[in-house]
Design a protein around this ligand. Structure first.
Ligand SMILES: O=C(O)CCC(=O)C(=O)O
Length: 267
């Protein structure tokens, strides 16, 4: 089931997003689609800047294909987005994303990673996984992580949309999991400019892009509860001039200061 939880055609903002609806969908389905968070012009601009970021990342010597993760080089991965272009520093703290994450994880959440996966024609699926199960021993009783997936294209099965297993966020342990996961996978569907909020216990994988010439650029903001070790070390990866741009709240969320276990983020 697809849940559309924003305004009609106008850009969805903190004022117009239906946060109660998003929270209910996350609890019921493990995900929520919020359309129109980016306008068509913003989507086009973001795609252009994502490709430029990918180019800059390669220039810095970083591989865009991770052999153990994706079956072939048609998946273009871009890491350290926040350091590559200020646009991504803005997206990671976008007010709609922030409100959804705060509602799911609490106000002291942290940013764990921010990466892109551009699935080009010919790309295949990665391993089926749940982000939470990858790092937290069972039981998985509550969400301790959430992805905000920025859709920089229309998302559909043919172009390699992320595929998820409906209801899998309710599996608290491996005992509750069926033997065969592959037949249960369903692609997300969402128009370009949407975000798909997917809580950390949802079992999912990338789809195969079987189109002739359509890229599937997705950007993944990954947030967790503060007691989970972040996937990315922002202190080491962000250049001093990038770090200097952030507010005290964002410095807390990115773990840029010496103290981390504070009761609530500074204003
Ligand atoms: O690209 C996708 O659709 C999913 C990516 C993913 O789940 C991951 O990189 O862990």
């Amino acid at each position: 089931m697809v849940c559309y939880l924003g305004g009609m055609n106008e850009v969805t903002t903190l004022e117009t997003v239906n946060l109660d609806g998003v929270a209910a969908a996350l609890e019921r389905d493990g995900f929520a689609v919020v359309p129109d968070v980016l306008s068509p012009e913003e989507v086009d601009g973001a795609v252009e800047r994502l490709w430029a970021a990918s180019e800059e990342s390669r220039r810095r010597g970083n591989a865009s294909h991770v052999q153990d993760v994706d079956p072939n080089a048609s998946n273009v991965r871009v890491f350290n987005l926040i350091d590559l272009d200020p646009l991504f520093g803005e997206l990671i703290q976008h007010p709609v994303a922030d409100a959804i994450v705060e509602r799911c994880l609490g106000s002291n959440y942290v940013v764990s990673n921010f990466t892109a996966n551009i699935a080009r024609p010919g790309s295949g699926s990665m391993m089926i996984h749940s982000d939470q199960a990858s790092v937290v021993p069972e039981p998985w009783a509550q969400p301790w992580a959430i992805n905000i997936i920025w859709c920089l294209c229309d998302l559909r099965g043919e172009n390699g949309a992320t595929r998820h297993i409906p209801g899998s966020h309710q599996w608290a342990s491996t005992n509750e999991m069926p033997d065969e996961l592959e037949p249960l996978l369903v692609p997300f569907e969402a128009p370009a400019g949407s975000i798909v909020a997917m809580e950390g216990r949802v079992w999912h994988t990338s789809g195969a892009n079987i189109t002739e010439n359509e890229d599937r650029p997705l950007v993944f903001g990954y947030y967790t509860t503060p007691f989970l070790r972040p996937q990315w070390n922002f202190s080491a990866a962000l250049q001093p001039e990038t770090q200097a741009q952030f507010t005290p709240t964002m410095r807390y969320r990115l773990g840029l200061d010496p103290w981390l276990n504070v009761a609530k983020p500074p204003n």
